[in-house]
Ligand binder design. Structure first.
Ligand SMILES: O=C[C@H](O)COP(=O)(O)O
Length: 249
């Protein structure tokens, strides 16, 4: 049985005062069997860990370096994220792949760095609008899975987030049939590579314009175990209804 997961990726948004919403998230989750994780900007990671203490809300970073320390101005390492008490790290988000030219191999190395620090890596993949139009979505997904997921994935150390790039922050979402097709495909690809025991335990998140009014339908999809949520994770008024929909799914 996979534990459902809603991860809020604040990207470069939010504020110290905005961390107050963690209390609402904690209240919404209570002792729920589903899990909520917030990934604030690195400047707010430590206060977020403090704010989440004593609650069931997890905290994650939005990226980590491949190395554990060194002369890498502006970066943070997986051991640092672990050191302050966070438990997750997003790697390979399409915004980092694009703006920082991160390759599948870079993403795989970041995932390995996360595992070495005992963090769970949320590994992001997803096709562009051009890929979708060209009918190559599944080829692109297969290539990203092969290149971005290191050997040694387990249900504990890895979560896979499928985020069609064209759906991120646009208000456009794939049809349910498109989500079903890609998530079924991902599960099947993972089973081929890692075996069914690992794959049955591995959570697959959908990301891209998840909102309170579409979350319930998305969460009904069999191979969707939760969501990676951007804009709608910034305010409790949006995020809490999504958490409720996840718990009810
Ligand atoms: O990491 C989150 C995703 O990029 C989705 O962002 P969004 O919910 O604002 O579309």
């Amino acid at each position: 049985m996979r534990r459902k997961l809603a991860t809020g990726n604040w990207k470069m948004n939010g504020s110290l005062a905005g961390l107050d919403m963690l209390a609402d998230v904690a209240t919404a989750m209570g002792s729920d069997s589903a899990e909520a994780v917030i990934c604030p900007p690195s400047a707010y990671l430590m206060p977020a860990v403090t704010a989440a203490q004593g609650t069931s809300v997890g905290i994650g970073a939005q990226d980590c370096h491949t190395e554990s320390k060194g002369a890498f101005t502006g970066d943070i390492s997986a051991p640092m994220i672990k050191d302050i008490g966070a438990t997750y790290v997003i790697v390979g988000h399409s915004e980092r792949r694009e703006a920082h030219a991160e390759s599948d191999a870079d993403v795989a190395r970041k995932a390995q760095a996360a595992w070495a620090a005992d963090l769970t890596a949320i590994i992001c993949i997803g096709e562009s609008e051009a890929d979708r139009s060209a009918g190559t979505t599944l080829d692109v997904i297969a290539k990203q899975l092969a290149g971005s997921l290191p050997d040694g994935c387990t249900g504990d150390n890895t979560v896979v987030a499928y985020e069609p790039i064209w759906a991120i922050g646009t208000g456009k979402i794939p049809t349910l049939d498109q989500i079903i097709e890609v998530h079924d495909f991902i599960r099947a690809e993972l089973a081929k590579r890692f075996g069914s025991d690992v794959t049955d335990a591995l959570r697959l998140l959908y990301g891209g314009s998840v909102k309170p009014d579409n979350a319930a339908d998305i969460f009904k999809v069999e191979n969707v175990d939760g969501a990676l949520i951007g804009g709608a994770s910034l305010k409790a008024a949006d995020f809490v209804p999504i958490l409720k929909a996840l718990s009810a799914a």
